[in-house]
Design a protein around this ligand. Structure first.
Ligand SMILES: NC(=O)c1ccc[n+]([C@@H]2O[C@H](COP(=O)([O-])OP(=O)(O)OC[C@H]3O[C@@H](n4cnc5c(N)ncnc54)[C@H](O)[C@@H]3O)[C@@H](O)[C@H]2O)c1
Length: 341
């Protein structure tokens, strides 16, 4: 499988390491707007370097492309690749803006080209086990906690200056609600279905941002309450801090006769009680590994249904994240729009 990369920063470096587990995969070309970075990575892995993704898509003979640009720069390369019939692994969130997200979904549906979105927790085998334990029952409550840093490879907290990363501008990134919390939203939506409405609050300067000149709108604590259409209540609590070691990412899942805790990152384990019996299972694979394996399988077989998180799934998640952002800004509950597509 000949792969190209668009955007080769922190998460792309991680994916490149995982791809080393696949001897039949060759990363033949990489593109980054930062020419020095493109050349350095290309030289290291024996690939060709580009600074313009259109050239990469037109000049390289690729079987698939992995897009790891920042959220506001997802739509253009993703749509261009899908239109050329090149399967896409697109990092999460689907997009920063709803128009971009809808355009990606429309291109994916129109072209029928395989596309996976990088919400890797959806590729966990223990998520299927949690669904089995629910046995079709509607969850009553879901409680997600994300307590930890943002992407360590990016060094957001150190770069709180004029030349800071795209992450520190919430109009580009969506802040921790999109960077961290959207993983939790996505996991909850995967288990509880469509969201109906959202309440949300946030705070800034109390945790990782204490003592920094954080731009307005960048938060280090976010709380979201979701009411799902099927009735469940979801709570998502995100704390951006370097003090929590190791970080805590978890989901408590409650339904009739079911009380399970899903430990996420660095250990992936499902435990608790279900219908009178004990549950204690560890995931067979790290989801950052299985998300890539499952995408490569989909590319090899041409089957979209093997992809754990499709653009349509990620659009549902984007609607919830945007509703939460609006709820924070207005202090009011916000109805979650149903995707128009
Ligand atoms: N799934 C996960 O757990 C996870 C973890 C971290 C980041 N991410 C996501 O991955 C994406 C990238 O994040 P990151 O941490 O790697 O950021 P990063 O800043 O480390 O890397 C982004 C790279 O994209 C390049 N770039 C920006 N615009 C470009 C363009 N138009 N064309 C080509 N290159 C361009 C930048 O120069 C940079 O090298 C984001 O959407 C982020 O939310 C996902």
């Amino acid at each position: 499988v000949r792969l190209g990369f668009v955007g080769i920063g922190a998460i792309a470096s991680h994916h490149l390491g995982v791809l080393g587990l696949h001897p039949d995969v060759e990363v033949s070309a990489v593109c980054d707007a930062d020419a020095g970075r493109a050349q350095e990575v290309a030289a290291r892995i024996g690939a060709r370097a580009h600074t313009d993704w259109e050239r990469l898509l037109d000049r390289e003979r690729l079987d698939a492309v992995v897009i790891c640009t920042p959220p506001m720069a997802h739509a253009a390369p993703a749509i261009a690749a899908l239109q050329r019939g090149i399967p896409v692994y697109l990092e999460k969130p689907l997009a920063r803006a709803i128009g971009d997200g809808e355009a990606i979904v429309a291109a994916w549906r129109r072209t029928g080209t395989i596309c996976a979105v990088g919400y890797q927790w959806r590729s966990l085998d223990i998520l299927d086990r949690a669904r089995t334990e629910l046995a079709g029952a509607v969850p009553g409550m879901l409680i997600s906690r994300s307590i930890g840093p943002t992407e360590p490879g990016r060094g957001d907290a150190r770069r709180m200056s004029a030349d800071g990363s795209w992450f520190i501008d919430p109009s580009l990134s969506g802040g921790i609600l999109f960077e961290l919390g959207s993983h939790d939203i996505d996991l909850q939506v995967a288990l509880a279905g469509r969201a109906a409405s959202v309440h949300a609050v946030s705070a800034s300067g109390l945790l990782a941002l204490a003592g920094t000149s954080a731009p307005s709108g960048l938060d280090d604590a976010v709380g979201v309450i979701v009411r799902y259409a099927a009735g469940a209540i979801g709570a998502i609590l995100v704390a951006w801090t370097d003090a929590q070691d190791p970080p805590v990412y978890s989901l408590d899942l409650m339904a009739v006769d079911v009380a399970l805790q899903l430990d996420l990152d660095p250990g992936f384990r499902l435990r608790g009680r279900s219908h009178g019996g004990r549950v204690d299972v560890t995931a067979a694979a790290d989801p950052r590994v299985s998300t890539i394996s499952r995408f490569l399988d989909a590319v090899r077989t041409g089957r979209q249904d093997g992809v754990p998180c499709s653009p349509g799934d990620a659009l549902d998640t984007l609607h919830v994240a945007l509703a939460a952002e609006e709820a924070i800004a207005t202090g009011q509950p916000v109805a979650v729009s149903q995707p128009a597509l």
